[in-house]
Design a protein around this ligand. Structure first.
Ligand code: ZN
Length: 125
């Protein structure tokens, strides 16, 4: 399906794309050799207090792409007031994780099946 199997994390580093602008704040992209949360290995992590999106360096290209989008969806849900990591009670933290996974995989499905449409949407002529 994917025309290129280049690892998106390597592309981020090559193009020195280390800042994500979320409007209300920026997030620094931190690619870690081994990413852990509370002692547990994980692929991606978004810290809204510190403004850091951490990604594990050791992922295959498809997983890296999904994980980056997954963390971006966390930011999107936060922008929508649905960030489950907050103590608002609006969305349970576990539910937020499920919604993020469902949306990011659905987005990837649409993006992978309609690359020309998304190039247009992205303003790449
Ligand atoms: Zn998540």
């Amino acid at each position: 399906m994917m025309s290129k199997e280049k690892n998106i994390l390597e592309q981020l580093q090559e193009e020195k794309l280390e800042i994500i602008n979320a409007g209300f704040r920026t997030f620094r992209v931190d690619i870690k050799k081994v990413l852990k949360e509370e002692g547990q290995r994980c692929f991606g992590l978004t810290d809204f207090d510190k403004g850091v999106v951490s990604l594990d360096k050791d992922m295959n290209p498809q997983l890296a792409r999904e994980t980056l989008l997954h963390e971006l969806i966390h930011i999107v849900l936060e922008l929508c007031g649905l960030g489950g990591d907050e103590t608002t009670g609006l969305v349970r933290e576990t539910l937020n994780e499920d919604i993020t996974t469902l949306i990011s995989r659905s987005m990837l499905l649409l993006m992978n099946l309609n690359p020309a449409l998304f190039r247009l949407l992205n303003g790449d002529d």
